[in-house]
Design a protein around this ligand. Structure first.
Ligand code: GTP
Length: 620
C-alpha cells in the first residue's frame, strides 16, 4: 500500500509542469570505462529523489544483467529528474546515459546530439584516458558545454590536484574549475547538480513549428512494438498523433507518449526541449533508426536533423550450433536478439565442413562478445564461433566492388584488382615513460603514426592510423601489457584503404576448414602460416590416428605440422582403479566436447578457432 502511494506520488511529481524551456537541462555523462559514470548517475538519482533509496541498487541505469556483471553500459538509458536549485526554481534535468565503449561511438554521438551539455568524469587516480578524449572530442564537435568532474577523490592513491591541472590544461580552463567529487561517498555531488543548472544552456525550440525530434535510441517491446527514445527540438508530440520517420518514410501513430522516471511513464504529450519516448505500432526495429528525425505526417519538417548515418557492422564471424539439430533454435534466438539490436546482422551460411550456421556482423569485438554471451546465456545454446574478421571491399577487374564478409568467399586471385580494408584512427594515452614501448608495439602493427602531444607534464596522447584487423587481434591487451596497465586505447573508423592481403587457408587432415582461414598481409604470410599450424597442433587433441595440419596460400602448402596418434587410453594414467579421478576426467572431456566441431573425423575445440588469431609479438 505504502509502495503504491509512493508510486502515485512519483508520477504526479513528474507530470508536474516545469514552466518554460529555461528550466530544462539536457545532459550526458562521458567518461573512460570504470571512471565512475554509473556511480555518479546513481548519486544524482538519489539526491533528486528520483529513485527511492531502498530501491536503489548499484549502477541503477545498467539494467541488463550482463551490464551489471561486467560493470559496463551497453544500452543507453535516459532518465528525467526534478531538482529544486538553490535559486528555489524547480528544474527538469534529463540525463542520457551513454554506452562508453568504442564499438558504440555512433550511438554515443547521437545521445550527445540530444543534449546541450556533458559531465566529463575523470578518475582522480587515473587521469584522462583514450576514451575520455575520444568522447570529449565528440562533445566539443557538437558545441556542447563541458563540465569537468574529477571523481574518486576519496581514494588514498588518487591525485586530484594533478588530474585537475591536467584536465584544465587540456580544456584550456583555470585549474579551479573542475569539480572534485566522490561519487561513491556522495561528496561534492550537490555542487554538480548546481553546476548543471548554472552552466548548461537551456534548450531552444519553437513550440509552434512542425514536430522535429531526434531518435537517439529504441527498444523492442513484445507487446507494444518499437518504443523510440526521442529528444524534441521543435513542436510537440501528442497521443494518437500521426508521425513520420524521415529516413525510412514510414508512417505510424503515437500509441503512448511519455517520459523516463526511469520507468516508462505516460504523460500524453512531449514538447520542444524535452526528452521522452513514444510507443509506435511498428514491429521492425530497422525502421526506427538511431539518428533519424521523427516528424509529423501531415506537416513534415523541411530540415531533418544532421548527423544521421546507417551504422554498418565492421567485424564478422560465423556462428554454428555445436549440435547440428540446434540450428532452428539458433535461428530463432538470433531473430529475437536482433529485434532489440538493429546494429547486429545475421544471415544463413553453409560451410562445407562446419555445416549450417550463420554469418553475423557486429560493430566491434565487444559487441560480438556480448551477442555471443547473450545467445548462450539467454537461450542456453552451445555455439562454435569461427575466427572474427573485418569486412573487406574487393575491387574487381571488371570494375565492380564486392563487400566480403567471409574470407572463404573471396573472389579468385585473377578477378581481384585490389583489396581495401577498414582503417581506424587510434588515440592512445600513456605515461611518458612508456612512449618507447607503445611506439615499438605500434610499429609491428602496420600503423601510420599521425602525431604525439603531451597532456600535462607526465602523460602523452599518441595518434595512429591502424587497420581494424590489427586492433581486433589483441591490440588493447598488448598495449596494457607493454605499459604495465597504464596505456589506454580508443579508435574510430577513418576509411577503407588498399592493402596487399592474401588468404591463408588451413587444412586439417587434408580438408580445408573454411572457419579457420584468415586474411594476412602478403609479406607476413609465411611466418603467420607457421604460427597457425603450431598453435593448432597445441589446441587440437590427439586422436587414434595422425592428424596433419597444413597452411596454404592459393593451393600451395607453406607450412605443416602433424599431431601424432594417441596410443594409450586416455584414462590409462589413472592407475589403481581410482574411479573418482576417472569420472572427473570423463566429465571434463564431456564438457569440452560440447563446444567442439567434428570435421571429417577430427574434433576441433572452440579454442582452436580463436588461437589462430593470437600472435607472437616480436619483443626484441
Ligand atoms: P562503464 O559503465 O563501464 O563505463 O563504467 P562507469 O564509468 O559507469 O563506472 P562505474 O560507475 O561502474 O564505477 C567503476 C568502479 O569504480 C565501481 O567499482 C565503483 O564502485 C567505483 N567508483 C565509482 N566512483 C567512485 C568513487 O568516487 N570512489 C571510489 N573509491 N570508487 C568509485
Amino acid at each position: 500500500m505504502e509502495n503504491e502511494e509512493y508510486e502515485k506520488g512519483l508520477v504526479v511529481k513528474y507530470i508536474q509542469k516545469v514552466q518554460g524551456l529555461e528550466h530544462i537541462r539536457n545532459f550526458a555523462i562521458i567518461a573512460h570505462i570504470d571512471h565512475g559514470k554509473s556511480t555518479l548517475a546513481d548519486r544524482l538519482l538519489e539526491l533528486t529523489g528520483t529513485v527511492e533509496k531502498r530501491k536503489m541498487v548499484e549502477q541503477f541505469l545498467d539494467r541488463m544483467d550482463l551490464e551489471r556483471e561486467r560493470g559496463i553500459t551497453i544500452k543507453a538509458q535516459p532518465v528525467r529528474m526534478l531538482y529544486t536549485a538553490r535559486n528555489g526554481k524547480v528544474h527538469q534535468l534529463n540525463l542520457i546515459d551513454t554506452p562508453g565503449h568504442v564499438d558504440f561511438s555512433y550511438e554515443v554521438s547521437r545521445s550527445l546530439a540530444a543534449c546541450e551539455g556533458v559531465l566529463l568524469v575523470v578518475d582522480a587516480s587515473q587521469g584522462m584516458e583514450a576514451q575520455t578524449i575520444a568522447n570529449l572530442h565528440l562533445a566539443l564537435e557538437q558545441g556542447l558545454e563541458v563540465i569537468p568532474v574529477i571523481n574518486k577523490i576519496d581514494l588514498t592513491i588518487s591525485n586530484p590536484d594533478e588530474v585537475r591541472k591536467e584536465v584544465a590544461e587540456y580544456l584550456g580552463i583555470s585549474p579551479e574549475i573542475p569539480l572534485l567529487v566522490s561519487a561513491k561517498e556522495g561528496t561534492g555531488v550537490h555542487a554538480v547538480l548546481e553546476k548543471i543548472v548554472e552552466s548548461i544552456p537551456p534548450p531552444k525550440g519553437d513550440l509552434n513549428a512542425p514536430l522535429k525530434a531526434l531518435v537517439f535510441g529504441s527498444e523492442y517491446d513484445v507487446y507494444r512494438g518499437i518504443v523510440a527514445h526521442i529528444r524534441i527540438f521543435d513542436g510537440k508530440l501528442s497521443l494518437h498523433q500521426e508521425m513520420l520517420f524521415l529516413s525510412t518514410g514510414v508512417h505510424t501513430e503515437a500509441l503512448e507518449v511519455g517520459i523516463f522516471t526511469p520507468e516508462y511513464t505516460p504523460t500524453g504529450e512531449l514538447k520542444a526541449g524535452e526528452v521522452g519516448y513514444v510507443v509506435t505500432n511498428l514491429k521492425e526495429i530497422s525502421v526506427c533508426r538511431v539518428g533519424d528525425t521523427l516528424t509529423e505526417a501531415r506537416r513534415p519538417t523541411s530540415s531533418p536533423l544532421p548527423g544521421f548515418q546507417k551504422v554498418k557492422p565492421m567485424v564478422f564471424c560465423g556462428l554454428y550450433p555445436a549440435q547440428e539439430e540446434d540450428y532452428e533454435k539458433v535461428r530463432e534466438a538470433l531473430e529475437k536478439l536482433s529485434l532489440n539490436d538493429p546494429s547486429f546482422t545475421y544471415e544463413p551460411e553453409r560451410s562445407p565442413v562446419l555445416g549450417f550456421g550463420f554469418r553475423c556482423g557486429f560493430l566491434g569485438l565487444l559487441h560480438m562478445e556480448i551477442v555471443q554471451e547473450r545467445l548462450e546465456r539467454e537461450f542456453s545454446l552451445d555455439l562454435v564461433a569461427t575466427l572474427p574478421n573485418v569486412g573487406l571491399k574487393v575491387i574487381l577487374r571488371n570494375g565492380k566492388v564486392q563487400e566480403v564478409e567471409n574470407p572463404a568467399l573471396l573472389p579468385s586471385g585473377g578477378e581481384i584488382l585490389r583489396i581495401e580494408e577498414p582503417y581506424m584512427r587510434a588515440h592512445i594515452t600513456a605515461p611518458a615513460e612508456y612512449i618507447g614501448a607503445v611506439m615499438g608495439l605500434m610499429c609491428q602493427r602496420r600503423t601510420d603514426f599521425i602525431k604525439m602531444e603531451y597532456m600535462g607534464p607526465r602523460r602523452v596522447l599518441l595518434q595512429y592510423l591502424v587497420p581494424l584487423a590489427e586492433v581486433i587481434v589483441d591490440l588493447s591487451p598488448r598495449l596494457k601489457s607493454v605499459s604495465h596497465g597504464y596505456a589506454s586505447l580508443d579508435y574510430v573508423y577513418e576509411s577503407h584503404r588498399p592493402s596487399d592481403l592474401v588468404r591463408l587457408d588451413v587444412l586439417v587432415k587434408g580438408k580445408m576448414v573454411d572457419g579457420l582461414c584468415l586474411m594476412v598481409p602478403r609479406e607476413q604470410a609465411y611466418m603467420k602460416g607457421k604460427e597457425v599450424v603450431q598453435r593448432l597442433k597445441e589446441e587440437i587433441p590427439r586422436h587414434l590416428f595422425e592428424v596433419p595440419i597444413q597452411a596454404a596460400i592459393g593451393g600451395r602448402v607453406i607450412a605443416r605440422e602433424t599431431i601424432p596418434a594417441l596410443r594409450k587410453h586416455v584414462t590409462g594414467k589413472c592407475y589403481g582403479g581410482d574411479i573418482t579421478r576417472k569420472r572427473k576426467l570423463w566429465e571434463k572431456q564431456r564438457a569440452g566436447k560440447k563446444r567442439m566441431k567434428i570435421i571429417g573425423e577430427v574434433e576441433i575445440p572452440q579454442n582452436a578457432f580463436l588461437s589462430v588469431l593470437r600472435r607472437k609479438e616480436n619483443t626484441s
